[in-house]
Each structure stands twice: as C-alpha cells, then as structure tokens.
Design a protein around this ligand. Structure first.
Ligand code: G3H
Ligand code: 13P
Ligand code: ZN
Length: 307
C-alpha cells in the first residue's frame, strides 16, 4: 500500500501501549529486510533515513526504494527523516513524500528549539505529516556524575509539557540515559524509567526512545569471532524495552543492531568462502540476518500482529 502517515500509526500504538520500530536504512537490502519482516509479522514499520544515509544512498534512489517496497506489502509503512538538522531539510523531505520528519534542534536553547519545531509543524501538518522533536541531551547516566549534571541532560517533564503544548509536535524524543552507537553504558545499563513515566503522565504524547539498540552479546561475539574489534560494546537489554513501553514509549529507534548483524554476517561469509566473487552470496545472508533481527524487535516491541 502507499506510505502511511506516522500520525495515523501513533494513535493505536499510544492507546494500546506498544511501540513501532524505527529501522534506519541506507541501501536496498536493508529496505527489503524491513519490508519482509513487517509483512511476515503483520507489523507496522518505520523506515528512517538520516541526512547522511540520504547522501550515501542518493536522495531519490532511497526514497523510491522505500516507496516501491511499501507498495509491495500489505502492512502500514512510514518513511521518516531521522535527526533532521534544519527546517529546509525537513521541508525538502516533506515535499518528496516522507510521511514523518524529525527536527532535531535539541542542541539549541529551549526557546529556539520550540521556534524551529513550530516552523516544521506549520509545514508538515497541513499535509498530515508527523513531526518528531527532541528535548534534552542523549547520553549515558554515569554512576560518578553528580545529580545536578544528570538532571541537566535528561528531559525535564515540565519543559516537555510546555514544549508539546506550544509546538504541537506529534512525538517527543526523550533523553533518558540512552545514546547512539554500540557503546551506551560503561557499567550496567541504566535508563531513567521514572522520567519516561513522569513525561508520559504529564504530556500523554507518543514518546520516542533513541539510541535503543540492544547490542546483544551474540551479535558482538559473531562479529568478533571473524575479526571485528568492539571491546566494551553494550546496549539496551530486552527487559528495558518492555518497561519503557509500559511507561509510554511508542517508537523505538534501531540502527546499530542492524549494522552489527550485517557486519557479523558479511565477515563470516567472507571468511568462510574465500573463493566467492558474487556479492549476492555475501549480501543475501546479511540481508537475512538483518531481517531476523527486525522480526525479533517487532515481537518484543509488541507491534507484531498489529497491522
Ligand atoms: O541517529 C543516528 C543514526 O544511527 C543515523 O546514523 O547519521 O550515521 O546515518 P548516520
Ligand atoms: P542506535 O545507535 O542505538 O541504533 O540508535 C539509533 C537511533 O537512535 C537513530 O535515530
Ligand atoms: Zn537517534
């Protein structure tokens, strides 16, 4: 079916307390992996492209891959701009057919973040396109950090209320202790669940968990066995997803896990088949690994069976 607005996908997820997975894509095999996983699990799915993914894949190439894939499946698919850096970037994506955009002005002052977000909402809403904004700074919660420092980074629930009321954004990315990439926690994984709870109770809006990859020991072990060097890699444990969803997270962003699955399989296939020349023999199994990782996430996030 044609791409679906994320606005329409958020409502049931928020009411029924499940999360839709955002899976970052930058090439054909990743797009195919998400589509197949979504169709097989009867799950809605969000395919996201960052600015650098659009540059790598080619703006039109990548968008049309996603549009083509969505047409081939019977489940709702949204195309989302991940971490849009400017009003112009967001506008370009809206005009090109994205059904959701993130405007990430979280590094700006609170007032400026609101101003920029409002501008994007003004462009997006008349076309029923969803807008995600971010408040707070993503980053791990370290044990040796003072309480005040911790507070300064995490999303403030009262600010969140004002931000949501004034900007009319459709979803809010919250800083609750996660960070992007494969090295999220030095010691035990720690998420500020109390913050998720407070922000949800005060705003009621769909909340987004960035930096949410699991970085499971299995993924690390496989990649490492075939030569990758990833000492200290650590991510979000499965139990944390369930708790976060129960408290109000409705969108969970996954990029690193797909990269790690891809990496491990490509390394293993190359190591095991030194005579292989055909890239399909390497990339086909990697696509399958990525698909299986996505299927697992859809089941854990509770979106499986919801389409
Ligand atoms: O949030 C960051 C995403 O993982 C995208 O990363 O800018 O390298 O495509 P990227
Ligand atoms: P990970 O790096 O944990 O996969 O997070 C991805 C993300 O938040 C994309 O916006
Ligand atoms: Zn992110």
């Amino acid at each position: 079916m044609p791409l679906v607005s994320l606005i329409d996908m958020y409502n049931p997820a928020n009411k029924q307390r499940y999360a839709i997975g955002q899976f970052n894509v930058n090439k054909m095999e990743f797009v195919q992996a998400v589509m197949e996983a979504a169709e097989e699990t009867k799950s809605p799915a969000i395919l996201a492209a960052s600015t650098s993914a659009l540059k790598y894949g080619g703006f039109d190439y990548l968008i049309n891959l996603v549009k083509t894939g969505a047409e081939k499946v019977s489940v709702p698919i949204a195309l989302h701009l991940d971490h849009g850096a400017s009003i112009e970037d967001a506008q370009k994506c809206i005009e090109a057919g994205f059904t959701s955009v993130m405007i990430d002005a979280s590094h700006e002052s609170f007032e400026e973040n609101m101003r920029i977000t409002k501008e994007v909402v003004k462009i997006a809403h008349p076309r029923n396109i969803a807008v995600e904004a971010e408040l707070g700074r993503l980053g791990g919660i370290e044990d040796d950090v003072k309480v005040e420092e911790r507070e300064a980074f995490l999303t403030d629930p009262d600010q969140a209320v004002e931000f949501v009321e004034k900007t009319k954004c459709d979803a809010l990315a919250v800083a609750v202790g996660t960070s992007h990439g494969a090295y999220k926690f030095k010691g035990k994984a720690k998420l500020a669940f109390d913050r998720i709870d407070q922000i949800k109770k005060k705003t009621g809006i769909p909340l987004v968990l960035h930096g949410a990859s699991g970085v499971s020991p299995d993924l690390i072990e496989r990649a490492t066995k075939y030569g990758a060097e990833l000492p200290g890699a650590k991510g979000v444990p499965d139990e944390a997803y369930s708790e976060a969803i129960k408290l109000g997270i409705n969108k969970i962003n996954i990029d690193t896990d797909l990269r790690l699955g891809w990496l491990g399989t490509v390394r293993e296939e190359l190591a095991r088949n030194p005579k292989v020349i055909d890239p399909r023999k390497i990339l086909g199994p990697a696509r399958e690994t990525v698909k299986q990782i996505i299927i697992e996430k859809m089941k854990i996030f509770g979106s499986a069976g919801k389409a």
